[in-house]
Design a protein around this ligand. Structure first.
Ligand code: SF4
Length: 291
């Protein structure tokens, strides 16, 4: 089997940075807690746990005192920082700079929309850590939408500022904006350009991978997509590959590879999400190239 790794797959710089920050602290022998999984990839979490990283949830975090806690790339709402201050917890800041910037844009816009009776809308996945952090900037007054069915949550007659979670699909976001525009037309909203403020906040590290992965998936007989099952951009990028090449298979670990996928095929492409470590993609490659 001729196998090829997609060179653009693997950690984005936000995740890479978080992993490097925590590795540095662990190598100094410090006890570090990670608030939530540092990355949506069980294999990488296992590797870092073996180095001493302890993953905790918010309930455990609220009970901690006098220790060091890492904030992962997804970021956190303001309450987390307030709790840390109260309990003498030192924050190891690994929020991705792109997410940090988005948080402050949402906060600034929210403060302005309070004056013009507007609404902050966040296009994202319910319960996703980044979304929790983004909504937290608005004291949870922002409205979360995840698809066309949620359009009814929006009062179309009031000014709208729309933001997307960084890892959403560009085409889904575009469709949602189109839907909002047609609703505004139906309601004969005057000055639609000022009424709807669309912010293009999907991260380039994700959106640039979509067209690239399409051509990568098209050129191989079979595609193996490596990602943690919890990864939001993993699910999204997998479906991008699956749409252009139905012979695309999702694996979280090398032992999920099924040899029958390759019967009668000549070439295999191996790719992954922004949360998939390179070493895991390489392990999958080693097995497939020997078939
Ligand atoms: S996908 Fe983009 S915004 Fe999200 S962590 Fe990676 S670099 Fe940061």
């Amino acid at each position: 089997m001729v196998a090829e790794i997609d060179k653009k797959s693997g950690f984005c710089f936000g995740v890479q940075n978080a992993v490097e920050v925590v590795e540095k602290a662990l190598l100094k022998g410090e006890k570090v807690f990670s608030l939530g999984s540092i990355v949506h990839n069980d294999k990488e979490v296992e590797r870092l746990s073996a180095l001493g990283l302890v993953t905790i949830d918010h309930e455990q975090f609220n009970k901690l005192k006098n220790c060091k806690v890492l904030i992962r790339a997804h970021g956190e709402p303001p309450e987390t920082y307030q709790t840390a201050e109260r309990n003498n917890i030192t924050i190891i800041e690994a929020t991705c700079p792109i997410v940090k910037k988005l948080q402050s844009r949402i906060k600034d816009t929210w403060l302005k929309t309070r004056e013009n009776n507007g609404q902050i809308i966040i296009f994202g996945k319910p319960g996703h850590a980044e979304v929790v952090g983004l909504l937290g900037q608005t004291k949870n007054e922002g409205i979360l939408v995840s698809g066309p069915d949620d359009i009814s949550k929006i009062d179309i007659t009031k000014p709208i500022s729309l933001f997307a979670q960084t890892t959403m699909s560009v085409s889904d976001y575009r469709n949602f904006v189109g839907l909002l525009r047609s609703e505004m037309k139906r309601k004969e909203i005057s000055d639609p350009e000022n009424h709807l403020n669309v912010n293009n906040t999907i991260c380039g590290q994700v959106s640039n991978r979509e067209p690239h992965l399409k051509s990568f998936a098209r050129k191989h007989d079979v595609v193996v997509f490596v990602s943690g099952k919890e990864s939001s951009n993993g699910k999204m990028l997998y479906s991008v590959c699956k749409r252009v090449n139905p012979d695309t298979h999702f694996v979280s670990s090398p032992d999920e590879i099924d040899r029958s996928w390759f019967a009668g095929k000549k070439s295999a492409g191996i790719c992954g999400a922004t949360s998939t470590p390179k070493w895991l993609i390489e392990k999958v490659y080693d097995i497939i190239s020997e078939i």
